[in-house]
Design a protein around this ligand. Structure first.
Ligand code: ASP
Length: 308
């Protein structure tokens, strides 16, 4: 069966419908649609699932609306530290970066880690050195400056408060991700984030952790998560969806439901995830008020949504 499929997210959280004016909603949906368009174009031309998730996530990283790449939040030192990972379902290869600065598209650096190094996860100044060597696109601090993010940080700086980007009133919401099934039935997943506002001590969330924020395996499904990273790490959320399918024989829908609505809530795991299975079924689910999301299947029709 050659069912191509692509799903994306731009973060989950307590999005209050009151602050989402129709014009604002339009802007967010347009950004999601652009990502779907880029990904679908690659998919329809026979591109690999891995290429497709990278392209779709890059489009979201380039938007200032989401907490990844250009729109990344400020850490406690007033800087941007970004995390990203991707995984290829056909051979279980994976690449990830954590705490990287000045890299325009951390997801593409994660792919280089997978393809051009002997490692899965690299971090901080080492990752920056690797980025230089690989000649990936770099940007100065100004590129990542955003007044809204700055004001968000100013409220928290000097305190011990860390904020999930999406647990805020009026805000631009989080982390981005993509999952895809290509024409050959292969799966891939990718996730990218700026993490939490005012994070300290080089805190790293679930997004660059294979099995927690990202997982792909052709035998079952591809998963990208968004939400309270610490909880998703403890729940090994992305891998758990895979395991429930493979070892327990659950459908994608059942497996996602169990992780999102039964396993995560007792761990304070607010958030959601997107997933696609080996048959091309797509599930987008969350246990909070909304999740920026979109998907497209073989019919080429784009669907985007924010609230339930
Ligand atoms: N999961 C991300 C983190 O904890 C945040 C998010 O999804 O918005 O770093």
């Amino acid at each position: 069966m050659n069912r191509i499929a692509l799903a994306i997210h731009g973060g989950a959280g307590t999005i209050s419908p009151e602050v989402m004016t129709p014009s604002r909603e339009k802007i967010y949906r347009a950004a999601l649609e652009l990502s779907l368009q880029r990904g679908y174009a690659a998919l329809a031309q026979g591109g690999s699932a891995l290429d497709v998730v990278e392209v779709a996530v890059r489009a979201l990283e380039d938007s200032p609306l989401f907490n990844a790449g250009k729109g990344s939040v400020f850490n406690a030192d007033g800087q941007h530290e970004m995390d990203a990972s991707l995984m290829n379902g056909s051979d279980l290869r994976a690449g990830a970066v954590a705490g990287v600065q000045n890299v325009k598209n951390p997801i593409s650096l994660a792919r280089r880690v997978m393809e051009k190094s002997n490692h899965v996860l690299i971090s901080g100044s080492g990752a920056f050195e690797f980025a230089h060597k690989q000649k990936v696109e770099l940007e100065d601090d100004q590129y990542f400056f955003d007044q809204f993010r700055y004001d968000q940080w100013k409220e928290a700086v000097g305190t011990d408060t860390v904020q999930l980007d999406h647990s805020d009133k009026e805000k631009k919401f989080g982390t981005v991700g993509a999952v895809a099934r290509d024409v050959n039935g292969h799966l891939a997943a990718a996730t990218s984030t700026g993490g939490m506002t005012n994070k300290k001590w080089q805190r790293i969330g679930d997004s660059p952790i294979i099995g927690a924020g990202t997982y792909a395996n052709d035998a079952s499904c591809a998963v990208s998560c968004t939400g309270h990273g610490e909880s998703f790490i403890r729940a090994v959320a992305a891998h758990d969806v895979h395991a429930l399918m493979l070892y327990k024989g659950l459908s994608l829908e059942e497996a996602v439901r169990m992780v999102v609505h039964e396993k995560l809530p007792p761990l304070d795991g607010d958030g959601g995830l997107i997933a696609v299975d080996h048959n091309g079924n797509i599930v987008l689910d969350f246990n909070c008020s909304g999740m920026y999301r979109g998907h497209v299947g073989a019919d080429g029709e784009f669907h985007t949504a924010i609230f339930r």
